[in-house]
Design a binder for this molecule. Sequence first.
Ligand code: P1T
Length: 381
Amino acid sequence: MKFATKAIHAGQQADPATGAIMTPIYQTSTYVQEAPGKHKGYEYSRTGNPTRRALEHNIAALESANYGLCFGSGLAAIDAVLKTLRPGDEVVSGNDIYGGTYRLFTQVFSHYGIVFRFVDMQDHDAVRNAINGHTKLLWVETPTNPMLQIIDIRQIAMIAREAGAMLCVDNTFASPALQRPLELGADVVMHSATKYLGGHSDVVMGALAIKDAELAAKLAFIQNASGAVCGPMDAFLVLRGTKTLHLRMKAHCENAEKVARFLGSHASVGSVRWPGLPGHPGHELAKSQMDGFGGMVTFTLKDDRQEAAIKVLSGTHLFSLAESLGGVESLIGHPASMTHASIPRQERWKVGLMDSTIRLSVGIEDADDLIEDLAKALDRK
Ligand code: P1T
């Protein structure tokens, strides 16, 4: 089955009780049993819920996985992956990642004896050098948040395999419509489903997709034992979101291209990062592992003072100043003070994330209106 068909049908069937074409919101905590242990496959909604299950199957199908698991947030999904580790285990992570992921690694799990090494994942020798006998997990975001580096999933998967470590790819920025890391050798795919999977900025959720049965069972055990699950209403909303994922991603990519080209031609713009631009260092790699370049654009102004960036950030009207991304509406953000404030400035500077860097989540409004909005903000005196 092709992607668009899976997006609309996978994991779903007409409701056996009523024929309802949409999966009902099973807003229930528990399920009546005929006798102890004799039930219809559901005992308690932390362990399993039919609305959540439909979404888990849907996401698994979109990611070419065999198993899907949904959580109360993206960070809760990452938390579950880290709970497969033991004190003394080490993680090698990319050094350009979402600030909340960095905070979870360095301010929560490091207290439980897990060691994190942050490296430039574009430099495969640096990755190999950071690996030792204790390394159990490689953590990759691609495209990265917010610098939009492209990391070679096939190569990092090979390095992980040689090291006997697991590779988890945070696929939030691409979504499975543009990139399916399990097909390229990753072991686990992680999503902030809050973003493109949901697509409408009305839900906070996380998801994992896994091929291997044993690893999936381990993670499902943690999902139930730690209990950071999402509610059925949220599962319903994301299930509705994934039905249009392929169409939305196409529109995000088209608009992002127009916005990136406009920014590139504007006199006050310094540098523009969008993986679809031929000058992007990961452009060829992106072409080989992605089906489109995504809806995120990061740029700096020639005037690299923070005040100049703040003026632009507060001068747009269609682009709303807000954290998050991946919704149908356009957002503008200042990573240094917003989404990436938890990362020390020296670490941010290493990846080129300056105090003047601006991040756009390009929505699916009319591109001409978006460009006009940015032009006005950039030309504001
Ligand atoms: O917000 P939550 O659903 O818990 O997901 C965390 C997360 C994980 N991974 C990536 C790549 C992310 O971008 C995020 C959340 N990011 C934002 C809120 C943001 O504006 O970048």
